[in-house]
Design a protein around this ligand. Structure first.
Ligand code: AMP
Length: 227
C-alpha cells in the first residue's frame, strides 16, 4: 500500500523576508524534503543542461522563467517526492504555475512570511562595501567605525547597485505584483497561513507551533533518544 504524504507545503515570502532561514529550520525540525526552484535552476545552469542554458538567458535579464518551462521542470521533480512530506520553495510564483501544480497534486498548506517592506528594505540596504579591498560592512551587524568610511583606509564606502534602496524597492514591488494573485489564489482555497513579524526569530516560533499541529518535531525526538 502506498504511503500517503502527511504534509505537502509551499513557503512564500519576498527576498529578505528570512525565507531561507525559516525553510532550513522547517526541514530540520520536521524532516521535510525541500525543493527550491532557484536551487534547481542553478544546478541546471551549472550542469549546462538544455533547461539550464535557456533559464540563464532569463535569469541574467532579471526575468521570470516562462511558466511552461518552469512547470515542466518542477512538476517532474515534485512527482519524485510523492511518498514524502515536502516543502516547495520559490514555486509556484504565478497563478498558472499554481494551477498546474494543483492538477498534479493537492497542496495542504501555504506558509506565507509577511514581513513589512520597510523592515526588508532596511535589511537589504544595510550592506556597504569598500570597492578596492572588497571589505563588506553591514550597518546592523558589523558597521564601520565612522558612517560611510572604510575602517582601514578611511576611503568612502559604496552600495552595490543591487543593494540600493531604489533597486530594492523595485524588486519588492515586482515580487508583490507577481505573487499577490498567488496568495489570493491560496487564500480562496482556505490553505494560506500568514505569519507576520519583523524578526525571523519571532516568526519562527509561530511557524513551528503551527507545523507541530500537523507533524511531530523529529529534532526533539532525536534529542530525546540521545538522552
Ligand atoms: P530564487 O533563488 O528563488 O530567487 O530564483 C532565482 C531566479 O530563478 C528568479 O529570479 C527567477 O528568474 C527564476 N525563478 C525561480 N523560481 C521561479 C518560478 N517559480 N517561476 C519563474 N522563474 C523562477
Amino acid at each position: 500500500m502506498a504511503v500517503r504524504p502527511l504534509l505537502r507545503a509551499v513557503i512564500m515570502g519576498p527576498p529578505g523576508s528570512g525565507k531561507g532561514t525559516v525553510s532550513s529550520r522547517i526541514v530540520k525540525h520536521f524532516a521535510l524534503k525541500h525543493l527550491s526552484s532557484g536551487d534547481l535552476l542553478r544546478d541546471n545552469m551549472q550542469r549546462r543542461t538544455e533547461i539550464g542554458v535557456i533559464a540563464k538567458t532569463y535569469i541574467d535579464q532579471g526575468k521570470l522563467i516562462p511558466d511552461d518551462l518552469m512547470t515542466r521542470l518542477m512538476l517532474s521533480e515534485v512527482q519524485k517526492l510523492h511518498p514524502y512530506n515536502w516543502l516547495l520553495d520559490g514555486f509556484p510564483r504565478t497563478v498558472p504555475q499554481a494551477e498546474a501544480l494543483e492538477n498534479t497534486c493537492q497542496i495542504d498548506t501555504v506558509i506565507n512570511l509577511d514581513v513589512p517592506f520597510e523592515t526588508i528594505k532596511q535589511r537589504l540596504t544595510a550592506r556597504w562595501i569598500h570597492p578596492s579591498s572588497g571589505r563588506v560592512y553591514n550597518l546592523e551587524f558589523s558597521p564601520p567605525k565612522n558612517a560611510g568610511i572604510d575602517d582601514i583606509t578611511g576611503e568612502p564606502l559604496v552600495q552595490r547597485d543591487d543593494d540600493k534602496p531604489e533597486t530594492v524597492t523595485k524588486r519588492l514591488k515586482a515580487y508583490e505584483a507577481q505573487t499577490k494573485p498567488v496568495l489570493e489564489y491560496y487564500q480562496k482555497k482556505g490553505i494560506l497561513e500568514s505569519f507576520s513579524g519583523t524578526e525571523t526569530n519571532k516568526i519562527w516560533p509561530q511557524v513551528h507551533a503551527f507545523l507541530q499541529t500537523k507533524l511531530p518535531d523529529v529534532s526533539q525526538q532525536e534529542a530525546a533518544s540521545q538522552r
